[in-house]
Design a protein around this ligand. Structure first.
Ligand SMILES: Cc1cc2nc3c(=O)[nH]c(=O)nc-3n(C[C@H](O)[C@H](O)[C@H](O)COP(=O)(O)O)c2cc1C
Length: 322
């Protein structure tokens, strides 16, 4: 038996489990596996590389007929790309990071549900004013880019202002206990990234996957180092949680020096080119503490859903944890 929420009703899915739109990592195979298992799979399109998206959508459509969606970075997406994405008729478009205002009415007028991922209460208010159909409240435990709120107090604060609009919790959720906690906080489900990053379906090398499985939360850092090293145009307010490596340890708390160090940036680019783990960016969140293997995505969805039901039952019946 699954958990029915406003999210499962809105999208006609079995479980309130959404694959985070991890840029370049959540491709067609992973999104299809999550959707087919009864969750909602999202393609991580970043700023909207149409060649990449076209390829991954073909893979996805060959593997599932269930609902799926596309996530885009609001600060990077262009109007023409959004039109192309709309023409693919996803079941949801997620806009994250940056101002969604220029795009919200285009998505809504196309009759496609709009989800907006937010990292502050002010942005949550804006998302609601723009008519978002779903608000994703992301805490700083999350892998990848984000900001400074903790998931535990942030999610209920967003729920409290969201009225009937479903809220998803994101950041630090990797198992059924995490999903159950999100539901108890008032969320209609969880958007999960890092845990799905460690599945065989994710677009990651075997070394990167193994690094995530081996890491603990203390092996992550939240900073701007990898963006500065690549002269990435990410808005300054967003930092990113990544696995630490030799390069991030070298520049820890020396971001201002890195900003102008062309030699260090060249060294970084060369390290990444040769696939050197001392340099490779691996965006991952505190949930790495809870990842012990590279479980396939479909089994993972079923397990998280099942564990959540059991966890909720345990709490209400007073049964001690197994
Ligand atoms: C490898 C990776 C890449 C990500 N890329 C994106 C992205 O391109 N767009 C986006 O909206 N969120 C991105 N995120 C953040 C997720 O949307 C989500 O907030 C986060 O994964 C939730 O926290 P968790 O990683 O603890 O599950 C990324 C996360 C990870 C781990």
């Amino acid at each position: 038996m699954g958990v029915r929420t406003a999210l499962t009703d809105l999208f006609g899915v079995e479980h309130p489990i959404v694959l985070a739109p991890m840029g370049g990592v959540a491709g067609g195979e992973l999104a299809a596996a999550v959707s087919d298992a009864g969750g909602l799979g999202l393609l991580g399109a970043g700023g909207g590389d149409v060649d990449w998206l076209g390829r991954e959508i073909d893979i996805l459509k060959a593997r599932t007929e269930k609902p799926w969606g596309i996530g885009l970075l609001a600060w990077a997406v262009e109007a023409a790309v959004l039109e192309w994405v709309i023409a693919q008729r996803p079941s949801v478009i997620v806009l994250s990071f940056g101002d969604p205002a220029p795009f919200a009415s285009t998505v809504r007028d196309a009759g496609i549900p709009l989800a907006i991922q937010v990292t502050t209460l002010d942005d949550a208010r804006q998302a609601l004013d723009l008519g978002a159909d779903v608000v994703v409240a992301q805490g700083s435990e999350a892998g990848g880019h984000g900001e400074g709120r903790g998931t535990l107090p942030f999610v209920p604060a967003v729920v409290d202002i969201a009225g009937a609009t479903p809220v998803l919790a994101a950041g630090g959720i990797a198992n059924g206990r995490g999903l159950a906690a999100a539901l108890v906080l008032g969320a209609a489900g969880a958007m999960i990234g890092t845990r799905f990053e460690a599945t065989p379906e994710a677009l990651l090398s075997a070394d990167e996957r193994a690094a995530i499985v081996a890491a603990g939360a203390a092996d992550t850092t939240r900073d701007r180092i990898l963006d500065l090293a690549q002269d990435s145009p990410w808005p300054h307010r967003f930092t990113a949680r990544t696995l630490r490596n030799r390069f991030t340890d070298t520049w820890h708390e020396r971001e201002d020096a890195l900003r102008f160090d062309t030699t260090a940036k060249e060294e970084f680019a060369a390290g990444v080119d040769r696939g050197d783990m001392d340099y490779l960016p691996i965006w991952a969140g505190e949930a790495v503490d809870l990842i012990a293997d590279a479980e396939p995505a479909s089994a993972l969805v079923a397990r998280i859903a099942d564990e959540a039901v059991q966890a909720l039952h345990r709490v209400t019946s007073g049964t001690p944890p197994a």
